[in-house]
Design a protein around this ligand. Sequence first.
Ligand code: HEM
Length: 497
Amino acid sequence: MSFQHPADSPATTSFGTLTTGNGNPVQNNQTSITAGPQGQVLIQDFHLIDKLAHFDRERIPERVVHAKGAGAHGYFEVTNDISHLTCAKFLNKVGKRTPIFARFSTVGGEMGSADTARDPRGFAVKFYTEEGNWDMVGNNTPVFFIRDPIKFPDFIHTQKRNPQSHLPSSDMFWDFLSLVPESIHQVTILMSDRGITKDYRHMNGYSGHTLALVAADGSYKFVKWHFKTKQGVECLHAKEAAIIAGSDPNYATRDLFDSIEKGDYPAWDVYVQVVEPEQVDKLGFDLFDITKVLPHADFPLIPVGQMVLNRNPENYFAEVEQSAFSPSHMVPGIAPTTDRMLQGRLFSYPDTHRHRLGPNYLQIPINAPISGINNHQRDGLMTINGNSGSKPNYEPNSFGGPYQSNIVGTVIPIGMPVSGNIGNYTYQLTDADFKQAAALYNIFDDAHKDRLAGNIADGLSGAKVFIQKRQLDIFYKVDKDYGVRVERELRTRGSKI
Ligand code: HEM
């Protein structure tokens, strides 16, 4: 018997005849083939078996961090000439537009977690340039908790679930932070009124790391990237965030999608802060330490362009879930620096992509460069781009295969000096590690300082007393008043410190 659409919801568009994965017309999508009216289901029912088998394999591993996110397409447009700083072709002319895809995310939560968590937000942008893709993989905060990649897996474990109880744990979270005092700058941002962004449109994005821009003559300068929201920064207080988490956990995802759907396109102004190589040793802190910001007074924002998001994905899984950003996806004219965390990330992202999406993740349409791929890589799981046909698969060769560009300024060395012997050089904690947190604390007004202390105490009071004490020492070290307020709030919550 043929299947009819329910009369009360007639289809407005016809997508044609249903087919199996291999394109055969499906005769019946409502009833399995059985041996007689009461008999078993038959193995010859390819459509049934293929449907169930495909469903059984629908989930791929979620991102180990930044699992919950939303994305959109748009463009980047150059508004100010910085071609004296970089040979990157997508930046070489005012008015030039480059297609982009952006993904925003929370960090610690799983795929189904609430959008309004107190957590930094990921801010990842893929630029599909004429020289391949550049991924700017930043956050909505300009600093980070740690400054050595070897600490990252441990740090992330403390944000996830306790291995026994499977519950978030204040002990794990605050134990780690109190033993890693360089986290205090980021902790102060996270617990302040800036700690819960309202949604993805009302937040800034930062590279965090210091990257390099390389000019055509091979000279380089150091830069930090800033994406300033044109919608204005808006954040939520803890109580508002908790209410929204209960009533609409997909609040930020919905906001981004609906805004774009109704033509209200979010936009960001893009800037760089520029540091001359000669200035690096005179800053009073390590430029390549991601727990530090560059003061705007000394290093003003130089405009570069604007980014606009004006098209929603057609399919979430294909475009957002399968998108794979990496700080190591760079174009000539943008280069990495000695920042240790950045160096660790250059490895970690493509590694996780090969695990999450397979060795040919760069062939998936959302990740494939529009400028094309022309190399000697071949074969592997899910080769879907024709595998370069009959072209030579080795170099050097005498048959016209692709050859190297010799363009200066890409990931190859750009003459940055290094010195010393190989070793495990531990970052020593210095006063500079508390200064920027103190400066930030002291721009907050009285009421804000109280809310900051209250937010900290809400979480910290759930940790063991010895952990509370150790973390409290860090607040006192930043500023006595900071310590006093947190101590008071802890006592109000019954702490026995
Ligand atoms: C996602 C590792 C630090 C921003 C990820 C993922 C990994 C990872 C494995 C999942 C990627 C995927 O499955 O596609 C690391 C390591 C770090 C580090 C090892 C330190 C050594 C940072 C920092 C920032 C950052 C400092 C920001 C400045 C992001 C963003 C995403 C992400 C935005 C989500 C990208 C997307 O939307 O797909 N990170 N991360 N990470 N990370 Fe990191």
